[in-house]
Design a protein around this ligand. Structure first.
Ligand code: ADP
Ligand code: MG
Length: 217
C-alpha cells in the first residue's frame, strides 16, 4: 500500500462526499443543524486542493495535511473528529512511502482511538464510531484470516455500511443529536454515513491493489 494509493483514497472520498453532500445535509437536518454535508464537502475540497498544491511524499505528510485542513477549515463536531482520524492514521503509518496491510489496519485502529479520545463516544451512542469501529474490526479479522487487502477492505466497507444502518434505531447520546433525546430515534446518523463513504472509497481505490503489501511497491 503506497502513499500514492492513500492519495487516491482521499480523492475518491472527496468525490463521494461531494456526490452525497445534499443527502448528508438532509440527514443532519433531521437530527442536527443541516451542515454536515456542506461541512465535509468544503473540508475535503480544501484538502484535495492542498494536496494538489504541494504533493506530499510520505503517508504521514499526506494524511496530516488532510487532517490539519479538516481541523482548520471545518467547524462543528466533524472537522476535529474526521481531522483527528486522518492525523492519527498518518501518524501511525509514519514518514514512509509504503506500508503493509497490517500497518494500515493498525493505523485505522489508531484513528478510531483518536476519534474516541476527542469525542468520547462508544458503541450505541449513534455517532461515526458505530460505523468506524465495526469497519476496523472487520479489516483486522479479514487480514487475520489471510485475506488480501482488497478483500479485507471490501469486508470493512460492508461492515461500515451495516454499522451506519444500525444507527437508525439508536437514540443519540453524543453530539448535537443527543439534545433531541428520543426524537433522535428513527434517523440515520450523518457522521456514520460519511464513515461508510470513507470505507467505500478505500475499497474502491488502489489501496488494495495486488502487490500493495510489499514494501518495494
Ligand atoms: P455538528 O454536530 O457540530 O453540526 P456535523 O453536523 O458536521 O457537526 O457532524 C455531526 C456528526 O458528528 C454526527 O452525525 C456524529 O456522527 C458525529 N459526532 C458528533 N459528536 C460526536 C462525538 N462526541 N463522538 C463521535 N462522533 C460525534
Ligand atoms: Mg451539524
Amino acid at each position: 500500500m503506497t502513499t500514492a494509493a492513500l492519495g487516491q483514497w482521499v480523492r475518491r472520498f472527496a468525490d463521494l462526499v461531494a456526490q452525497h453532500r445534499d443527502e448528508l445535509t438532509d440527514l443532519d437536518s433531521a437530527i442536527g443543524d443541516a451542515d454536515h454535508g456542506s461541512n465535509m464537502d468544503r473540508g475535503m475540497q480544501a484538502a484535495v486542493a492542498a494536496l494538489d498544491e504541494n504533493p506530499p511524499a510520505t503517508s504521514k505528510a499526506l494524511l496530516s495535511k488532510v487532517g490539519m485542513t479538516l481541523v482548520s477549515k471545518v467547524g462543528g463536531a466533524s472537522g476535529p473528529l474526521f481531522g483527528t482520524l486522518f492525523l492519527r492514521v498518518g501518524g501511525s503509518l509514519g514518514e514512509v512511502a509504503a506500508s503493509t496491510p497490517q500497518e494500515l489496519a493498525a493505523a485505522l485502529r489508531a484513528g478510531l482511538g483518536g476519534v474516541v479520545d476527542r469525542g468520547k463516544a462508544g458503541p450505541g451512542d449513534k455517532t461515526m464510531y458505530d460505523a468506524l469501529a465495526p469497519a476496523v474490526d472487520a479489516l483486522d479479522a479479514a487480514l487475520s484470516d489471510g485475506a488480501d487487502l482488497s478483500v479485507a477492505l471490501q469486508n470493512a466497507s460492508q461492515a461500515a455500511a451495516a454499522g451506519r444502518d444500525a444507527t437508525t434505531p439508536m437514540q443519540a447520546r453524543k453530539g448535537r443529536a443527543s439534545y433531541l433525546g428520543e426524537r433522535s430515534v428513527g434517523h440515520q446518523d450523518p457522521g456514520a454515513t460519511t464513515v461508510a463513504l470513507l470505507l467505500e472509497a478505500a475499497a474502491g481505490s488502489s489501496l488494495g491493489a495486488s502487490g500493495s503489501g510489499r514494501r518495494d511497491t
